[in-house]
Design a binder for this molecule. Structure first.
Ligand SMILES: Cc1cc2nc3c(=O)[nH]c(=O)nc-3n(C[C@H](O)[C@H](O)[C@H](O)COP(=O)(O)O)c2cc1C
Length: 171
């Protein structure tokens, strides 16, 4: 598939099959995370890969009871790393490290889609609770929770704004 086709075909998936994800696909998803760009190439991010059923259920509860989160065989939790502050100060901490995580997660979601795996970025969760569940050190902050698994639904594409609404073109 072309990259644009992959981008257009990716959908947020909220129903998953129990079927496990092959090891090779997991290795490739990790590669996709790691090879995303990052501010100053500091890679101010860390990812938790959660396969444990009990911990997945706790994460789903911390994500406002979005129970589909625990249905997926794998949950990836992307965290920003405050240590970027040493080079990029407040802007690094408040913005760059979050962009770093988002870029990795987008890479992961696009590759997952290409491998016929479903994902959804979940931002609605209690950060302190997620940090506690995963025993996350103080310098890391959970930014997105991403369940990953084979889809059990095929949602219609939600609409997008027109290019005219999305852009200001400056000539
Ligand atoms: C930052 C962010 C946070 C999101 N949080 C949630 C969430 O908590 N729960 C959820 O079901 N979807 C969440 N989504 C997914 C969006 O609802 C979804 O991307 C949007 O409706 C467009 O659908 P599509 O991804 O299929 O194109 C989030 C997406 C982003 C980018």
């Amino acid at each position: 598939m072309s990259i644009l086709e992959t981008i257009r075909n990716r959908r947020s998936i909220r129903e998953f099959q129990a079927r496990p994800i092959p090891e090779e696909a997991i290795a490739n998803l990790i590669d996709a995370l790691i090879w995303a760009p990052s501010a100053g190439n500091l890679q101010s991010r860390k990812f938790y890969f959660v396969f444990n059923k009990k911990i997945k259920e706790e994460l789903a509860r911390a994500a406002n009871e979005q129970n589909f989160v625990a249905q997926a065989p794998l949950i990836v939790v992307g965290c920003s790393d405050d240590r970027i502050e040493q080079r990029y100060y407040e802007r690094g901490k408040k913005l760059y490290s979050i962009c770093d995580v988002a870029m990795s997660i987008q890479n992961l979601m696009l590759l997952a889609s290409d491998l016929n795996l479903g994902t959804v970025p979940v931002g609605a969760f209690d950060e302190a609770r997620v940090s506690k569940i995963l025993n996350v050190p103080k310098n890391l902050h959970p930014i997105l929770i991403v369940p990953v698994g084979y889809p059990a639904e095929k949602p219609e594409a939600p609409s997008r704004v027109s290019p005219a609404e999305a852009l200001e073109i400056i000539l």
